[in-house]
Design a protein around this ligand. Structure first.
Ligand code: ZN
Length: 546
C-alpha cells in the first residue's frame, strides 16, 4: 500500500458527510459492485469495516487524507468477497496443517510428490493423510494410485488416502499400525480388496460409515495444530477471494471440535466469516441434542465473524441418504422440523435425489401449515437433478437451494445414471433462477470436492468435468454475472447477511477481492486459475500476493 500526501485543505473535511477521512481507498480499478444495476466504478473508500463511498475518483478524493492507505489497482477487477454456501470448512480447517492435500494435482506423479514432500517435514513414523478432495479423473493417468506407488513416495510412514466416502487406500505400514488384517477389522461394511492371487492391494471399499469409522482411528491433530490449521485454511480461502462460508457441520464433528474455531475467533484472528449449523451426531437423540445445545445458543447468536445458523445438514440420521425412510424416521424428522420452526431456527438438509425429495418437502409443507417457515430460510443442499415442480415447491415455501459443483468430479457418473439429456440440465441453475428460488453457490469441500471457488465458477459456466467432458447445456448455463451473484449475495442469503455482504455498496461491510485476472473478460477456460491478489474482510487486508 502506498500513502499519498493529502493535497486537500483540512477545511474540506469539516462538512458533516465527509467529516472523517477514509482508512483505505481503492483507485483506478474495475470495481464490480454487483448492486441492483450491476454498476462498475473506478474507486471505493472504506472507513472502519464499512464502505463509505464509491464511484469516480473525484467522488472519493475528498476522503483521502494523510493517514489514508491508497491502493492503486492498476486497472484490476474487484468483486465482492466470495461466500461458499455449503463448505465443511470448520472440519477441513482442523487438519489443514497436518494433512496432505491433493486438490488440483494434475497427475499421480504430482500427487505422490506432495506425499514425498510431506514425509520430509513429518515426524519420524508420523501418519500421512490425504482425506479426500481428489478424483482419479483429475489425473492424466485417469486411475487411482497403487499401494506400491504410495509406499515408494514415503517408505517410512503409515499412509491413508481417502476417495470420497466409498474407498480408501493404506500402505502395509498403515495396516500394521491399525492392526487391519481382514474385513472384520474395517467395520461396518469394509472389504479389503485383493488382486487375482489373493494378496491385499491396500484398497478398502465400504460405505460412508466404514470410511468415517476408519478415519476416526487415525491420530487427531493436537489442539494447537487445529488452531494453526484453522488459521492456515482460512488464509488459503482468502487467497482465492473467499471472505465467508456457510458451514453445515459434518461427520465426526461433536461440539468439542468447534473449540479451535472459537479460539481463533476469541483471539480476533478470524479472516473469514463463518455461519455454522449443528449437524446431528447422535443417532436417535438428534432432537434432544439440538434442544440441549441451543439452550444457550439461540438462532443468530454470535457476531459478524462467527454466527450460529441453525441445524443441518444432518437433521436426522433416519433420513440422511435414505430415499425411502421408515414411518418412524419420517415422524422423527417431522418432530425436529416442527421444533426448529417453533424456535425460529434455520435448517438445512442434505438431499440427493429429486425422485425422493417429497420426504423433505411433504414434511416442510406439513410444518408450514402449522408454523409458517418462509422467514426461516430453510435450505436443501445438493439435489442436482431438481425438477421444476420441486423448485416451484421450494420457492413457495421460501426454501433456498445450496448448489455445488459436484458435477465437476461426478459428471461422468451423472451421464451414466441420467443419460446425455438428463446431464444437460444438471444442475438446473437457470430454471431455479427463473422460478425465483434463492440459490447459493459453493463446493461441499473438502472431502468430496476442492474448495476452489474459481474451479466451481468455471464449471458453472462451461459445465465441464475435471476430465474435460462438457455436459450441461446452454439452457442451464448462467451468465458470468449471474454465476458471481450466486457466489456472493446468493450465498449471503443463507446466513441472513445479504443486507451486509455480497455486494459493494455504501454502508455495507468492506469484504472484497482484487483479482489476478478479469473474471468478466478472460476466456472461460482461464476462470479456474483466477486467484486474489488482495482480499479484504471488514476493510482489513487478510491476504495479499507477495
Ligand atoms: Zn451433503
Amino acid at each position: 500500500m502506498m500513502r499519498v500526501p493529502s493535497l486537500i485543505p483540512a477545511a474540506l473535511f469539516c462538512g458533516a458527510a465527509f467529516a472523517q477521512p477514509a482508512d483505505t481507498v481503492l483507485v483506478n480499478g474495475k470495481i464490480h459492485t454487483l448492486d441492483a444495476k450491476a454498476t462498475v466504478v473506478e474507486a471505493l473508500a472504506i472507513r472502519g469495516e464499512r464502505i463509505v463511498a464509491l464511484g469516480r475518483f473525484q467522488q472519493v478524493k475528498p476522503l483521502i487524507a494523510r493517514k489514508t492507505a491508497v491502493i492503486d489497482l492498476h486497472g484490476r477487477t474487484v468483486i465482492p468477497g466470495l461466500i461458499d454456501s455449503h463448505m465443511h470448512a470448520v472440519r477441513a480447517a482442523l487438519s489443514f496443517a497436518t494433512e496432505v492435500n491433493w486438490i488440483g494435482a494434475k497427475s499421480i506423479g504430482e500427487a505422490l510428490a506432495r506425499l514425498h514432500e510431506a514425509a520430509r517435514r513429518a515426524k519420524p513414523g508420523g501418519w500421512l493423510i490425504v482425506a479426500g478432495g481428489w478424483t482419479p479423473e483429475q489425473f492424466a493417468e485417469k486411475r487411482r494410485p497403487t499401494q506400491a506407488e504410495l509406499t515408494g513416495a514415503a517408505p517410512d510412514h503409515p499412509i491413508y488416502v481417502q476417495l470420497f466416502y466409498g474407498w480408501a487406500m493404506m500402505n502395509p505400514l498403515g495396516f500394521d499400525v491399525l492392526a487391519i488384517k481382514e474385513d472384520k477389522d474395517v467395520p461396518p461394511a469394509g472389504k479389503l480388496e485383493r488382486d487375482e492371487s489373493g494378496n491385499l492391494t491396500g484398497g478398502i471399499a465400504g460405505n460412508s460409515a466404514t470410511i468415517t469409522g476408519l478415519f476416526a482411528r487415525l491420530p487427531k491433530p493436537s489442539f494447537d495444530e487445529q488452531v494453526e490449521g484453522t488459521k492456515q485454511f482460512f488464509r488459503e480461502l482468502n487467497r482465492l477471494g473467499l471472505t465467508g462460508v456457510i458451514d453445515p457441520g459434518g461427520f465426526g464433528m461433536p461440539p468439542a471440535n468447534y473449540r479451535a474455531l472459537q479460539r481463533v475467533w476469541q483471539n480476533g484472528e478470524l479472516t473469514l466469516r463463518v455461519a455454522y449449523s449443528i449437524f446431528g451426531q447422535g443417532r436417535g437423540r438428534e432432537l434432544e441434542d439440538d434442544q440441549a445445545l441451543t439452550q444457550l445458543l439461540p438462532m443468530g447468536f454470535g457476531d459478524k465473524w462467527l454466527r450460529f445458523n441453525g441445524i443441518g445438514e444432518n437433521v436426522a440420521w433416519g433420513v440422511y441418504n435414505v430415499d425411502n425412510p421408515s414411518e418412524a424416521a419420517r415422524e422423527q424428522f417431522y418432530q425436529i422440523c416442527r421444533w426448529a420452526a417453533l424456535q425460529g431456527m434455520a435448517l438445512n438438509i442434505h438431499w440427493h435425489h429429486d425422485a425422493s425429495v417429497g420426504v423433505v418437502l411433504n414434511t416442510f409443507e406439513r410444518v408450514n401449515r402449522e408454523i409458517p417457515i418462509w422467514r426461516l430460510r430453510w435450505a436443501i443442499a445438493h439435489l442436482n437433478d431438481a425438477s421444476s415442480a420441486t423448485l416451484e415447491r421450494m420457492k413457495s415455501l421460501g426454501v433456498g437451494w445450496a448448489m455445488q459443483d459436484a458435477g465437476y468430479f461426478e459428471g461422468e457418473q451423472w451421464l451414466k445414471d441420467k443419460g446425455a439429456d438428463g446431464a444437460r440440465r444438471m444442475p438446473p441453475i437457470n430454471t431455479a433462477l427463473k422460478i425465483g428460488v434463492h440459490v447459493g453457490a459453493g463446493t461441499d469441500a473438502h472431502r468430496v470436492m476442492s474448495y476452489n471457488p474459481w474451479v466451481a465458477l468455471q464449471w458453472m459456466l462451461d459445465g465441464k468435468t475435471v476430465g474435460g467432458h462438457a455436459l450441461r447445456g446452454p439452457e442451464e448455463t448462467p451468465t458470468r454475472e449471474a454465476a458471481l451473484r450466486m457466489y456472493t449475495q446468493g450465498s449471503a442469503w443463507f446466513a441472513f447477511a445479504e443486507h451486509e455482504r455480497g455486494s459493494l455498496e455504501v454502508g455495507k461491510l468492506a469484504d472484497l477481492a482484487v483479482l489476478s485476472k478479469d473474471y468478466f473478460s478472460v476466456p472461460v477456460e482461464e476462470i479456474g486459475s483466477i486467484e486474489a491478489v488482495r482480499t479484504l474482510v471488514g476493510g482489513r487486508l487478510v491476504y495479499w500476493k507477495r
